[in-house]
Design a protein around this ligand. Structure first.
Ligand SMILES: [Zn+2]
Ligand SMILES: [Zn+2]
Ligand SMILES: [Zn+2]
Length: 771
């Protein structure tokens, strides 16, 4: 498996002492990062003639001069390349000299298969930041300042190779000053495709909800800052879509935003003016600080400090804030002006896709925002903010979008041309492009027609960008997922991939792991081939397939999908499996108390008859059930809320041992003894935190026991449940002590955002098996 930072170089021997010519093909992330200007400067410095051109795969170079300089050129091409640039592969051959006398940058070559790496959008660099706050600079206070080291990429690219005419910046023609920079090889903006200035580039406007222009250009920033100070909700067009902004300390304004956005309790992201302000409100480790200030600039989950000045409605019942720093010049200018943290949440209603166009925003966000801060640089595709958490000293990407997508995952053997349509929740799609897999940006839950439309657009977009001609399409084994149904209609052979197997394959692809190994995939829901709902799975990966070596004892979910938003239903199903009719006798248990007698009768009938009460082995629902039994949460406003709160109460409790459990011969993990012990602890009045910690520690012990039984010594931990930092830490610690090699999802989300990558990997290994 190839590491993205390695170079596999194939050199020919230089002809010493003679004039020669060298042809170089550079594959990787070289477009839009100042690679060609770098090559130009290097060639000139070494007195070499020739040319460089962007190609559909990366860049092609031919240089001519004495042999020593050519060797030095090759060495420095790798050693001194610009920082954001990553070479996947560099091949070179010696050619006969042709007598070139100067070095030129040629126009891009659009021929050939499209495998060049499209770079993600990058946060503003230090040099550009200095310029926008320098009153003597011609870009003073210009919100669209960028250079080859920073700025928009993925959100403006319409086609490959990456050139201004194939970006949304084609609408703006550069003024003489910008053109001079663009043409000057020693300038930071040499061939910076989105280069612009106040004279020739995009500009701002402030609209009210009926599209009256309230302010333009420079006045817009003052007017927007003023609106935010007054608690007004602002829809602001950013890099990859709209944000909804409001003063984060204004409880009334935040509640108003929640009401209008139809978002009850899911935490809102925050944007702080600077790092110092973040450190006042949150604990920030050095790793978290690096991430906040990185070119990816994601929302980072940070532990709040007591006494922060943030409105309680921003993140109810949550000890963490999702925090990011300004990442565009526009954000920097706005935040410097207001001087306080603001809510910056995706510009959409509830879980719909993020809005990208100002006219569309008038319709979709008009009822939410009071004013719209817009600009006239079109956004080629929606790209949300990424969400990252630091766990065990490593970043764990929970939502992969801006800054990360569409950076590809290198793949050992080139897979056949495949497309994968992902799952249903937190959907992403993926495609095998050359010897790498491109995973799309986060698309979202495919629950609404708008979300489904956005999913279809993403498929068309990826297909167009990379000129995909897939041989087959991979989808989830669930026949009713909209993504699976869409795959059926594409007129291609369909490869159905079991959900948890896809989770494990995604994590394997991320780390370049090969079979055999044990995959532990724990999440809320996934279609099981035996007709039950899977979700607490131990899969041995071998021979391009999997074997289910262990799973949780099943229980019924009364009301099926409705149990996702009602942890108390999982609790009742669990109790019914354990105690039978006696489950209903525990009337003083928290989940039972909250049902009316009518509801109880109905649930009783469902559980007895099994109608609309599917069996599940889901670990996510087990978390829900325990959270409900402990009285932490009976009804959830988003999936995983109860499990998250169960993790939060563990905080600060001392080590207190584990509960008993039993693994049967057929690999069925019986949680019965554990739940009986939890019920005893509840009856004894043990502290909630203590019980929660014992529950988590028991789960880690269960994984350890199942790993021993499997006989494998490599273990992969993935699925939404492993977003739980305490569970992951405890499990990794135990497995490492037990001598296992442990891997978990990091750059590719453990949740369903990683499923599309896993589908490609699974379909590719199936192909290999049958060949
Ligand atoms: Zn810059
Ligand atoms: Zn200009
Ligand atoms: Zn899943």
């Amino acid at each position: 498996m190839m590491n993205p930072h390695d170079i596999s170089a194939v050199y020919s021997t230089p002809a010493t002492g003679k004039r020669g010519r060298l042809g170089v093909k550079a594959h990787g992330a070289v477009q839009g990062v100042g690679f060609r200007p770098f090559v130009y400067r290097l060639a000139n410095e070494l007195g070499l003639a020739g040319w460089v051109i962007n190609s559909s795969q990366g860049a092609t170079i031919e240089v001519e001069g004495d042999a020593d300089s050519l060797t030095e050129f090759l060495r420095r091409l790798q050693a001194d390349k610009p920082l954001p640039c990553v070479l996947h592969d560099l091949t070179s051959v010696f050619l006969p000299a042709q007598g070139d006398t100067s070095f030129v940058i040629r126009d891009s070559n659009a021929e050939g298969p499209k495998t060049a790496v499209v770079l993600p959008d990058l946060a503003i660099c230090a040099d550009c930041l200095r310029e926008i706050f320098d009153p003597t600079n011609r870009r003073f206070r210009y919100p669209f300042t960028n250079c080859t080291n920073c700025g928009p990429r993925f959100s403006i690219i319409e086609g490959l190779p990456y050139d201004r005419t194939r970006t949304t910046m084609k609408l703006f023609s550069m003024c003489a000053a910008c053109h001079a920079e663009y043409d000057n090889p020693s300038d930071r903006r040499f061939h910076a495709q989105p280069n612009a200035c106040p004279r020739c580039g995009p500009h701002l406007e402030l609209w009210d909800a009926t599209d009256n222009v309230r302010a333009t250009h420079e006045d817009t920033l003052h007017a927007t800052a003023d609106a935010l100070r007054r608690g007004v909700i602002v829809a602001a067009k950013s890099l990859g879509g709209f944000h909804l902004l409001v003063d984060a300390s204004n409880q009334e304004a935040v509640l108003r935003l929640r009401r209008r956005k139809l978002r009850e309790e899911k935490p809102f992201g925050l944007m702080y003016p600077d790092l110092e302000a973040v450190q006042r409100d949150c604990q920030v480790s050095s790793e978290e600080e690096r991430l906040l200030c990185s070119p990816e600039a994601p929302l980072v989950l940070l532990r709040r400090r007591p006494g922060d000045g943030i409105a309680p409605a921003v993140a109810p019942c949550n000890p963490y804030f999702g925090v990011m720093l300004p990442y565009t010049p526009l954000h920097h200018l706005l935040l410097a002006e207001v001087g306080f943290p603001i809510v910056a949440t995706s510009g959409n209603r509830s879980d719909e896709p993020i809005c990208t166009d100002q006219h569309e925003a008038l319709t979709h966000l008009g009822g939410i925002a009071d004013v719209l801060l817009i600009h006239n640089r079109p956004i080629a595709r929606p790209v949300d903010d990424s969400v990252v958490r630091i766990v065990l000293g490593h970043e764990m990407v929970l939502r992969r979008a801006r800054g990360y997508a569409p950076y590809p995952v290198p793949f050992g053997e080139p897979p056949r041309p495949l497309l994968a349509v992902g799952g249903h929740q937190k959907n992403t799609i993926a495609a095998a492009v050359g010897c790498q897999v491109v995973v799309s940006q986060h698309i979202g839950d495919l629950d609404t027609p708008l979300a489904f439309e956005s999913f279809r657009r993403a498929i068309a977009d990826l297909s167009h960008l990379y000129e995909l001609e897939p041989e087959a399409v991979a989808c989830d084994a669930h026949p009713d997922y909209l993504s699976s149904r869409h795959a059926e209609k594409m007129g291609l052979p369909v490869v159905r991939v079991q959900h948890h197997y896809a989770h494990v394959r995604a994590c394997m692809a991320e780390h370049g792991l090969s079979e055999p190994l044990l995959g532990v995939a724990w999440d809320g829901t996934g279609f099981g081939p035996d007709g039950t709902v899977w979700g607490g799975e131990f899969l041995r990966i071998l021979n391009g397939g999997f074997e289910r070596v262990a799973h949780f004892r099943t229980f019924r979910l009364p009301g099926g999908e409705r149990a996702v938003r009602q942890p108390r239903r999982s609790a009742l199903g669990l109790l019914h499996e354990l105690l039978g009719e006696d489950a209903f006798a525990n009337e003083d248990l928290a989940p039972l108390r909250t049902f009316s007698s009518r509801e109880r009768d109905l649930l009783h009938t469902m559980l007895r008859s099994g109608l609309n009460a599917p069996w599940t082995s889901s670990a996510g629902r087990l978390f829900d059930a325990v959270a409900a039994l402990l009285g932490i949460r009976q009804e959830a406003s988003f999936e995983g809320q109860a499990a998250m709160e169960l993790e939060f109460v563990v905080e600060g409790t001392a080590e207190v041992g584990t509960y008993p459990f039993h693994i049967g011969e057929s690999g069925i993990i019986d949680w019965g003894p554990m739940i009986r012990a939890i019920l005893r602890d509840i009856a004894l009045g043990s502290a909630t935190g203590t019980i929660a910690r014992r529950f988590h520690d028991t789960l880690a012990e269960i994984i350890m026991a199942a790993a021993r039984l499997s006989g494998e010594n490599v273990v992969v931990l993935t699925g939404g449940c492993f977003q739980n930092a305490y569970l992951l830490e405890q499990t990794v610690m135990r497995l490492r002590e037990g001598g296992f090699r442990v891997y978990w999802s990091q750059r590719i989300p453990p949740n369903d955002g990683g499923v599309s990558l896993g589908q490609i990997a699974a379909a590719a290994s199936t192909g290999r098996r049958t060949e």
